[in-house]
Design a protein around this ligand. Structure first.
Ligand code: GLU
Length: 544
């Protein structure tokens, strides 16, 4: 076989010498031990929690080591491409505060550009041509049908499926046959001529999983598809070499392809990067654990967290909690320290599945939101409401001074202890809804109608907006006593038979009448915020 002639026939014309690329993309000038990591999403339009999970790990490791994180778009698979997906990826990662140094749409140093694989086609072809010349790659003219039939036969024989060894029909095809197929204009792909032997095992050190034993690759994998675009495997090797990636952190679903990648790095003469395969996010489903699934779990999608109004910081805190087991304790000890100061380490990452639990995220969200100032909370709610809120909720922001008072109360700011009432923006806006409009829907009262009306009438008779909290409360007590309720809790407890109830039952009636809710922050303050007119109007509407 005249490999040079074949290479020329398949990829005619001048391609840059491979040294050109080495010079164009020189080794990075970074401190010793600095890691260059990357995120390499495919623009499928679905960006999920697993992407964020791995992004945070990549970001922390790069930046803690004084290295770089870049964004590469793996758009070699046209079938999976969705319009606007790249923008969506960039935007989502920005929302969750993933700071890239360079890459697609980032606007940093462009030495290693282009960042879209489709724009790098010439580079890949130059390397493929070199492999063809060296007899380490060859064209394969098998049709889809032939490959399907091969697979069927292998399955029937209980053999490993794929294109390898004796099944690699075109691997050693005679020159004349190859030329005849080319003359006939048959479509073809280009495959790697693997030198591996699946019977040979070797141990590989994974930065996350530790030592793993794998088989050598013996599959003649496709490296260039019939449209002249490389496969993921091939583009991964070329790009991670030329972009000078030192550490590939990616989902563990890629571990199975690792032997292919190592062989590609070797045959291309590239130094292998380090790899860390990150565990998958799991959830409990009844008694068993399973991977989060796109079909079954809406919480897998990153857009879920934005629509529900989770604070991006809380999501990040939770992801870090899952990534490094000592993060949670550190963050509890130093809640005000920037997350960047946490000693994040790849060695502390979990080897097997991380259990994702929405309740835990909700707990973290409550705590993180309770640490915001009222102004920060307002800004966060406003951004969410503008994108996802109802028209009515958008109206909450018309009077920001009023809203700040509401938030100050509901967050317990200035009180003995911060309240943790808010989980998400969506829930918080629903929670404070009673400060706006009327208390249209009310929780059920626990007293009969006659008692309720007596409470409401009695309250209105002496109510004055000017009264401070103490005076206000002593009036509520007097009212309680006048209609057969104990004014003091301890009297009631000492002799429950003697009373219809206690002052707290009376206060509850007022609370439900004014807010619609049986549980709220301090009622006097609520009335102060609502104002006299609105307070009276609500009591009257409850009376009717
Ligand atoms: N394009 C691949 C994906 O989206 C990237 C895997 C990798 O990080 O190498 O899954």
């Amino acid at each position: 076989m005249d490999y040079n002639a074949l290479a020329e026939r398949l990829l005619p014309g001048e391609y840059p010498a491979l040294e050109t690329f080495e010079k164009r993309y020189p080794p990075r000038d970074l401190p010793k031990n600095a890691e260059v990591t990357r995120l390499a999403p495919s623009p499928t339009g679905f960006i999920h929690l697993g992407n964020l999970f791995v992004a945070i790990a990549n970001e922390r490791i790069a930046h803690r080591s004084g290295g770089k994180l870049y964004l590469r778009i793996e758009d070699t698979d046209l079938k999976r491409r969705v319009d606007g997906a790249v923008e969506a990826v960039i935007e989502a990662l920005k929302y969750f505060d993933i700071r890239f140094d360079e890459g697609a749409g980032i606007g940093g140093d462009d030495t290693y550009a282009p960042w879209y694989q489709r724009q790098r086609a010439e580079i890949y072809r130059a390397y493929v041509k070199d492999l063809l010349r060296r007899g380490r790659a060859y064209p394969c003219f098998c049709t889809e049908e032939e490959l399907a039939a091969l697979r069927e036969q292998q399955v029937a024989n209980k053999e490993v499926t794929g294109y390898y060894g004796k099944y690699a029909k075109w691997r050693d095809a005679p020159e004349a046959e190859v030329n005849a197929a080319l003359d006939a204009g048959k479509p073809y792909v280009i495959r790697l001529k693997s030198m591996g032997d699946a019977a040979r095992k070797f141990t590989f050190h994974d930065e996350i999983k530790g030592d793993v034993t794998v088989q050598e690759n013996d599959q003649d994998v496709v490296i260039l598809k019939s449209d002249g675009i490389p496969t993921y495997h091939f583009a991964h090797a070329v790009d991670d070499h030329l972009m000078r990636t030192t550490l590939v952190i990616r989902g563990e679903e890629w571990l199975a392809s690792l032997p292919i990648h190592l062989e590609l790095f070797d045959v291309l003469g590239f130094r292998r990067p380090k790899y860390g395969h990150n565990c998958s996010l799991m959830k409990m489903d009844g008694q068993s654990r399973r991977k989060l699934s796109k079909r079954k779990d809406p919480e897998l999608s990153l857009s879920y967290y934005r629509q529900e109004g989770y604070h991006p910081f809380a999501v990040k805190v939770y992801m870090l909690t899952l990534l490094n087991s000592d993060f949670e304790e550190w963050h509890m000890k130093f809640p005000d320290k920037p997350l960047e100061e946490f000693p994040f380490r790849i060695g502390k990452m979990s080897r097997s599945g991380a259990l994702f639990d929405l309740d835990k995220l909700n707990d973290i969200s409550r705590t993180e939101l309770s640490r915001l100032s009222a102004e920060e909370m307002l800004a966060f709610l406003k951004e969410w409401a503008q994108a996802f809120g109802t028209e009515e909720q958008k109206g909450y922001f018309a009077d920001e001074a009023y809203l700040l008072k509401v938030l100050t109360l509901c967050m317990g700011i200035g009180g003995k202890k911060r309240r943790k009432d808010f989980v998400t923006a969506k829930q918080a806006l629903a929670e404070i809804g009673y400060f706006f409009g009327d208390a249209a829907q009310r929780d059920a009262y626990r007293v009969d109608e006659e008692t309720r009306n007596a409470v409401l009438d009695g309250f209105l008779a002496t109510y004055s907006y000017e009264n401070d909290a103490q005076v206000w409360f002593s009036k509520v007590k007097e009212l309680a006593a006048s209609i057969g309720f104990a004014a003091e809790m301890r009297d009631y407890k000492a002799n429950t038979e003697a009373y219809k109830g206690s002052v707290s039952d009376v206060a509850e009636v007022l609370r439900i009448a004014v807010t619609g809710r049986a549980n709220t922050p301090d009622l006097w303050t609520i009335m102060q915020i609502l104002g006299e007119e609105r307070t009276r109007a609500r009591i009257l509407s409850a009376r009717a």
